[in-house]
Write a protein that binds this ligand. Sequence first.
Ligand code: AHM
Ligand code: MG
Length: 339
Amino acid sequence: MPSTSRVSLTRFLIEQQREKGHINGDLRLLIEVVARACKRISIAVGKGALGNMLGSAGTENVQGEVQKKLDVVSNEILLEANEWGGHLAALASEEMDDPHPIPHRYPKGEYLLVFDPLDGSSNIDVNISVGTIFSVLRCPEGVKEPGEAAFLQPGTKQVAAGYAVYGSSTVLVLTLGDGVHTFTLDREQGSFILTGSNVTIPEDTSEFAINMSNIRHWEAPMKRYIDELLAGRTGPRGRDFNMRWVASMVADVHRILTRGGIFIYPRDLKDPSKPGKLRLMYEANPMAMIVEQAGGAATTGLERILDILPQQLHQRVPVFLGSKNEVERVTAYHRESGA
Ligand code: AHM
Ligand code: MG
């Protein structure tokens, strides 16, 4: 394809606004600003040891997890990029206890932005893909100083969701509620170029992604499902299954978006106080919207993720997402068992 016919993210968004009326100017600005921040994060991640950014920041986030230097830097990049544009009413992040208000010196907009600035950060120091996940909601009408309550909206209310994966190439994946589109960063030009339109996830798959080391802590329906996959050709499923686990949700979901698969982080009995590891508002919800928009499914094992009414900004949920027929099967096993 000659380079002159390439569609940049900017052009894609302008056309979504002008021709399809899917977005307004503020949402277009918001997506552009997030994409620009992702470019900066991609550069910081790509410097590796040369950037003096590897290792721990020596602090803990609200979940009691040790923050990496790049977690903190990525969070700051996203805050700084988004504060002043006038498109946001507030921001919230995995790395901040409470929502971050827009400073009074800047105008406020109608949107709320929630993000995991650097997902999979245990992989930073070993040069394995990490990513940024984001979700966009509308600020409830009449709310002037949005606090936690303003963010507690079900995933069905997301007006946009996306992630950037910092892998062998940097890819931005975006949905505005009308299909899923992928943009690859042209590093020489510094712009995201449309490389995939209306991406779809195959309904069937023979590949699963799960941290098998937790098997002894799983509930019965989970064990049943994985046992059947492991039994392969001679078991009840009658075919062999392959396993992949990057331990960066962004990278695992990106593989599933590319060639199908099922990703599972179930509830387990290791720490009964935690209903799963992944967080609803900035991991499960945006990924569930992307997966559903690509024709896949996303549940907690019992209910559709996007239907959950959040109780807390940092709440955790079990996550089952990807190829529709596998997600439906494992969800049926959980429902049958009444787990
Ligand atoms: P993080 O947001 O602190 O990086 O944690 C989320 C990550 C996901 O990206 C990944 O799927 C999961 O945690 C990996 O968990 P495990 O360490 O059990 O393999
Ligand atoms: Mg994360």
